[in-house]
Design a protein around this ligand. Structure first.
Ligand SMILES: Cc1cc2nc3c(=O)[nH]c(=O)nc-3n(C[C@H](O)[C@H](O)[C@H](O)COP(=O)(O)O)c2cc1C
Length: 337
């Protein structure tokens, strides 16, 4: 079954040790034991989102996930976590097979430290040049993620990144494509361009097994692609890291806050450092407020543009099956089968 898909995903499947090279990208607060084990048990590859967890919490989360699945899963670590090397040690102790490094260029020694323990490292490549550099530094696979994605994003679309990077790197290296994938036909397209697999987040965030609050899920089901907007930077002195999330009251207040702080700066009522800190801290805890508490008005409802294709709560296994059958049909059609 799904033989064309299997053939094109073969390298990705071998690398991940999963039946299908479909990663569920780590989503802070969402990608915990329940969703991760469900993805992995459905034949995909689940990834725990470590986010700001302490080493102790990560240790407990990995142990709990292992109790729910015997199949391989990964752990996503944020490179600027102050205890990154302790977290790597926790992954090593648990013999986690794949560590995904997100959130910027991996600090010196981190790739080596992960690989010393025998795990494979997956890195995000925002440009072709950085992708090449990461591979030279020892990354075992790359994820290229376009700006359609939910959460923290870069400035370039998935389709352009895929055209720039896949022809150069995908034949000799493992490259997964992420951002804006909602259906299997898109997966087929990227596989045919040389990707060894794909990563989805938004499509899985509201699966039945996801612990996200019912109101978070409802916000997803109601939303269309154009509701998933990027955070806006108002003043060049006050940098804002672009995040894609559903527009809500919090987003409006964020704009108002930036205007207020910029005005204070103009009037000399506030120091630059303090001003930037206020902007940086505005969203602290906001994803948790949305995902766990269900405050979808003030929290950060991170979602990609594919949110319009998420219409109802479905079991992970059904989502994976739908993606595979759409992908297979598209591949078979193009081959005249
Ligand atoms: C709610 C949410 C939270 C996310 N949190 C993280 C995170 O903590 N670390 C990370 O590397 N990516 C994070 N992402 C990005 C996903 O891992 C994944 O790469 C992305 O969702 C793929 O694009 P898509 O949303 O278009 O499918 C998050 C995405 C969403 C929707």
């Amino acid at each position: 079954m799904n033989q064309h898909t299997k053939a094109l995903m073969a390298r990705g499947n071998d690398f991940l040790g999963s039946e299908w090279a479909i990663l569920c990208g780590a989503m802070s607060w969402v990608s915990e034991r329940n969703l991760v084990s469900a993805i992995t048990n459905a034949g995909g590859f689940g990834v725990i989102a470590c986010g700001a967890m302490t080493p102790e919490l990560l240790d407990a989360e990995i142990a709990a996930t292992k109790a729910l699945t015997t199949r391989p899963f990964g752990v996503n670590l944020i490179t600027m976590h102050p205890q990154l090397f302790d977290l790597i040690e926790v992954c090593d102790r648990h013999k986690v097979g794949h560590v995904v490094l997100a959130g910027g260029i991996p600090p010196k020694g981190s790739l080596e430290s992960i690989k010393q323990g025998g795990a494979r490292v997956i890195c995000f490549a925002p440009t072709l040049a950085l992708g090449k550099k990461l591979l030279r530094s020892g990354a075992d696979a790359l994820v290229i993620e376009g700006q359609e994605a939910g959460g923290h994003i870069g400035p370039v679309s998935t389709s352009v990144l895929a055209q720039e990077i896949l022809p150069e790197l995908a034949e000799d290296n493992l490259v997964f494509v992420a951002g804006g994938i909602g259906r299997g036909e898109a997966i087929a397209g990227y596989l045919e361009m040389g990707a060894c697999g794909v990563q989805l987040g938004t499509r899985f965030a509201c699966a039945s097994e996801s612990i996200a609050h019912p109101d978070f899920k409802k916000a997803f089901f109601r939303a269309s692609a154009r509701d998933a907007i990027t955070s806006v930077q108002v003043d060049p002195r006050l940098p804002v890291i672009p995040v894609r999330a559903l527009k809500n009251k919090g987003a409006e207040e964020f704009t108002a806050k930036q205007i207020e702080v910029a005005k204070l700066l103009d009037e000399g009522g506030i120091e630059m450092g303090e001003a930037q800190l206020q902007i940086e801290h505005f969203w602290a805890g906001a994803l948790r407020r949305a995902v766990i508490d269900g405050d979808v008005e003030n929290g950060s409802v991170m979602a990609g543009q594919s949110v319009g294709m998420v219409k109802a709560e479905e079991p992970v296994a059904d989502i994976v099956a739908a993606l595979l059958s759409e992908c297979e049909a598209a591949l078979a059609h193009r081959r005249g089968a």
